[in-house]
Design a protein. Sequence first.
Length: 383
Amino acid sequence: MPIKKIAILGSTGSIGLSTLQVVQKLKPSFQIVGLTAYQNIQVLARQIKAFKPKLAAVMDEGLVANLKNMVKGTSTKIRGGQEGVVAVAGESGADLVLSAIVGAAGLKPTLTAIQKGKDIALANKETMVMAGEVVTKAARKSGSKILPVDSEHCAVFQCLVGSAPESIYKILLTASGGPFRNLNRKRFNKITLKQALNHPTWRMGPKITIDSATLMNKGLEVIEAHYLFHVPFGKIDIIIHPESIVHSMVEYIDGSVLAQLGTTDMQIPIQYAMTYPSRQKAPVARLDLTMIRQLNFQKPDRAKFPCVDLAYEAGKKGGTYPAVLNAANEIAVSRFLKGDISFVQIPKIIDKVLAKYRPLTNGTLDGILNADLWARTEARSIY
């Protein structure tokens, strides 16, 4: 296997750190040529010294001088701002770009990499949610392969290998249900930030953890699956699976259901995307089926978790509505994390923004970014 050159967008986050662990364990199959971070230059500097990429960028331009000083003596070129991140995506010489920047900030650099024909290991679901039509069209034109890293979409991707699209009956996205799966709806008004950040299964960043608590992460994943796998929304269901062992399933028209199972370790889907179409031994805990006592499945309580229906509604409307949904959610979650609003206000703010939105633009990139900006402004002012 020839050496594959990798650029990581968001290398200091949980997915980025896991990716670098995979690279360390699979040397010399991979070479890191690009790294980016938002503000965490302490960790980024250590990564630059360890992996010696060609390019690195910090989104916060005010930190560029400090980062340069911290990595003095290395050959890595340091860039700043969104232009710097875009440069890492498109100009670092990567064969594969792992997109792990949280939120809408990942769209432009990911799209740039696609337009340049780079293969994408996609952990940034917002890219597909905001601009699924634009992204898939660009990938078809450039020949770029989009390989899902989210455990659910990676599972579906594996279950679909060798199957014709017309043979799909349902895509079944599993969800742990988050920390409030069994909490009485009447007690949602008293949910604290500490409780919401205490995910029962996965260790993730704060934004994604809150999305899991509201089940918005599943709503976003439904929209992402629609574009990744070209399946209508009526054929994508969410199933609560507290054990998080079955990462997702595909039901076929003949009644067969294929499932992908594994331990809750993100290094598995990351490695699969990086080594695709081959597989290599992964130095992670293996799933011992004899230790599994039960697997539970249930439908999500949509009354308790209204974000699910909001996502389906925005996805079905299409156009710039998913971008508005995503932007409103990002702002609402940010406000909750800062203590500005309560947990139950998150879906209420998103609902009000969607209800107020009147699309004036089409699904071009500029139109999507304008809708994103409008929704953020609205979501900041609603209580």
